[in-house]
Design a protein around this ligand. Structure first.
Ligand code: PLP
Length: 348
């Protein structure tokens, strides 16, 4: 029996990933020059796949970075001279904010209160960029996109950068309201780590702070279906293949199935005696990262599930012992989730 990874990243691979990796080895993809025409074809296919899957309009460009932490830093470098404004809903948004301070910015932040919609926040004067983490993988909070759009409607002149690392491709983003978005392939695309996808409004791609990954340099190359550095060619190839598979399955079906699986898990934990959903306000409950408060038994529970060849995430940081985190990505089938619930049910 194979092991199933319900960890929120790296996670279970997409079911077709193994086949595509084998094909890539057969076709010598890993030895391909990143300046060759064959590479450019792969690059173009990967970008086309992402654009189709997420319905990214022509107003926005797509480029590749090596991780989403890198994306956070490049975004701040290129977009912020003095200060950005950050909505903190967990450890990843906090990391992004702390990064700005390390870069010498005078950025400000506020902790999200679930009783107040994010659009009711007052944006400080002279804010150059608003940074929001759509799905906080550390806490299981997912901010409704409609609230984030309202932030943009109220502050139309301030760009918004959105971390969708653990909500893409489930999140159906309306790019009319989002200037910048990014995500890593090891979460909801079910691929090996080492590649981040950055989506930037064309108005902003001429910024040029930094060196080889200054936006201007990065997007000058991406228009020519290349990267400034030697990239993770294998992952770019896999993005091209897996987005095709997902499009075949239809993204609407994937999104609907994600919600069905999330509802099933939350319903189970509402009524079982193992634990309770950490986020009680249903409006903010993540569909892709289910966080359960298990009364300090996370080590024991994760250990018992491991014996059944199911790997769940422990809590993040300070919650290590109190939480279990279950990734609910496209690669996690309804059957896997039903088996996981049965395994939880059988825990003693
Ligand atoms: C995983 C994660 C990141 C970091 O992604 P890396 O690819 O490890 O750099 C950032 N934000 C969120 C919300 C994440 O879940």
């Amino acid at each position: 029996m194979t092991i199933i990874y319900f960890t929120p990243g790296p996670s279970q691979l997409f079911p077709t990933a193994q086949k595509h990796i084998q094909q890539a080895l057969k076709d010598d993809i890993c030895s391909l020059s990143h300046r060759s025409n064959s590479f450019k074809v792969i690059y173009k296919e990967a970008v086309r796949g992402i654009r189709k899957l997420l319905t990214i309009p022509d107003t926005h460009e797509i480029a590749f970075l090596s991780s989403s932490l890198e994306a956070m830093e490049r975004i701040i470098e290129n977009m912020v001279i003095n200060k950005s404004f950050h909505v903190i809903d967990g450890a990843f948004s906090q990391k992004w904010y702390d990064m700005t301070l390390s870069l010498g910015k005078k950025s400000l932040s506020t902790t999200l209160e679930l009783s107040k919609p994010v659009n009711s926040l007052t944006i400080p004067k002279h804010t150059e960029l608003i940074c929001i983490t759509h799905n906080e993988t550390s806490t299981g909070i997912m901010i409704p996109l409609s609230e984030i759009y309202r932030v943009k409607k109220r502050n139309p002149s301030i760009p918004i950068a959105l971390d969708v690392v653990s909500s893409a491709p489930y999140a159906a983003i309306d790019f009319k309201y989002i200037d910048i978005a990014f995500f890593s392939v090891q979460k909801g695309l079910g691929l090996p780590a080492g590649l981040s996808i950055l989506i930037v409004n064309k108005r902003l791609t001429q910024k040029s702070v930094g060196s080889y990954h200054a936006f201007k340099e990065l997007f000058k190359k991406s228009v020519d279906n290349q990267t400034p550095e030697t990239p993770n060619v294998l992952d770019i190839y896999l993005v091209a293949q897996v987005t095709k598979d997902m499009l075949k399955k239809r993204i609407q079906a994937i999104r609907l199935e994600t919600e069905e699986k999330a509802d099933m898990l939350y319903n189970f934990f509402e009524t079982c005696n193992i634990g309770r959903p950490f986020i009680t306000d249903k409006k903010y409950r993540s569909s892709t990262t289910i966080v359960i408060d298990v009364n300090n038994k996370s080590e024991q529970i994760a250990g018992l599930l491991k014996k059944k060849r199911m790997i769940v995430g422990r809590g993040y940081g300070e919650y290590k012992n109190t939480h279990i985190r279950i990734a609910n990505f496209p690669q996690h089938s309804m059957k896997m989730m039903k088996d996981l619930i049965s395994a939880f049910r059988a825990l003693k």
